[in-house]
Design a protein around this ligand. Structure first.
Ligand code: 15L
Length: 289
């Protein structure tokens, strides 16, 4: 059985993924936040913005599912340390430790400034919708470099929104069910011919904005379609936004910060390494004014 490292293991996406992959792989988990590993899992607390930590957690694994990082639009300092420095460290640590395969959770926000009326595939030029989107584009670029220069096998998943059910109108187009997420990740781990691939991490949604033929070519057969939830979701939909409603990235295209669903609990803060946290909070206040 393969040993797989999941970074950002305490987050929402990883929590769904761990449940779906249980028993299929030896799961090694890492996060800056504390976490109680389930049976068959091993947990190592780590700050990926620190290279020594990145080297420690990536040693001896067969593949890495890199989900860790700042997961929404927000202050640059937080994004810089988690998604730029941290992402570089994970790829570089993998290379130094001889781990060849990396699955990276990039995001729909790497291309969020495409209009909703356009269907896009994996070949479109990047159009990030914020600092967070830019950081995901950086991860895609690192993946491309490490595939071409070092022969690493890189699987980039531009994830929509992972949830048991879609939560609003925009998410009807970008929803990814937990079981479809697990199927896509398994393809990224197991497919024999991955060199550098970009796929969209979405279910087979009727309202999709993506031509996901690259994922289908690799064997992805999503089982879920958000359309079954559409009447219920649309009945609850709040007022729209003139800018956000035009673009695939929604609110990310016009706000300076989205509430971070996974802030660090106080006790989990690693003081010296996270010196960037204070300026980050100041920046949020400024953005609200
Ligand atoms: C993302 O990239 C975020 O990580 C996630 O929290 C959601 O906000 C998602 O995009 C989305 O667009 O709904």
């Amino acid at each position: 059985m393969k040993t797989i490292l999941i970074t950002g293991a305490a987050g929402d996406v990883a929590t769904h993924l761990r449940r779906e992959l249980a028993g299929k792989y030896h799961l090694r988990l890492s996060d800056l936040r504390p976490l109680a590993p389930a049976k068959g899992e091993k947990f190592a607390r780590a700050d990926i913005s620190n290279m020594a930590d990145a080297l420690r957690i990536t040693r001896g694994v067969d593949a890495i599912v890199h989900l860790g990082g700042y997961s929404v639009e927000g202050p640059w300092e937080g994004i810089l340390s988690a998604n730029i420095v941290g992402c570089y460290n994970v790829f570089e640590a993998a290379r130094r430790n001889g781990v060849r395969r990396i699955l990276f959770a990039t995001s729909n926000h790497a291309v969020g400034f495409y209009p909703r009326k356009q269907t896009i595939d994996h070949r479109v030029y990047i159009k990030p919708d914020g600092r967070y989107g830019v950081s995901k584009v950086f991860g895609e670029a690192i993946g491309s470099l490490y595939a071409d220069k070092y022969g690493m096998q890189v699987f980039l998943m531009r994830i929509g929104n992972v949830n048991p059910a879609p939560i609003d109108k925009r998410r009807l187009s970008i929803w990814l069910s937990p079981r479809d997420l697990a199927q896509l990740v398994a393809i990224g781990i197991e497919h024999p011919d991955i060199r550098f691939e970009i796929v969209y991490g979405v279910s087979r949604n009727t309202r999709s904005w993506y031509d996901n033929s690259n994922a289908y070519r690799l064997g992805y057969k999503p089982q879920d379609d958000s359309e079954v939830y559409a009447p219920e979701v649309l009945a609850k939909e709040g007022p729209g936004n003139a800018i956000g409603d035009l673009y695939q990235g929604g609110a990310f295209t016009h706000v300076e910060a989205v509430p971070n669903p996974a802030p660090l609990p106080k006790a989990a803060k690693a003081p010296a390494r996270n010196a960037a946290k204070k300026p980050a909070r100041k920046a949020v206040k400024k953005a609200k004014k």
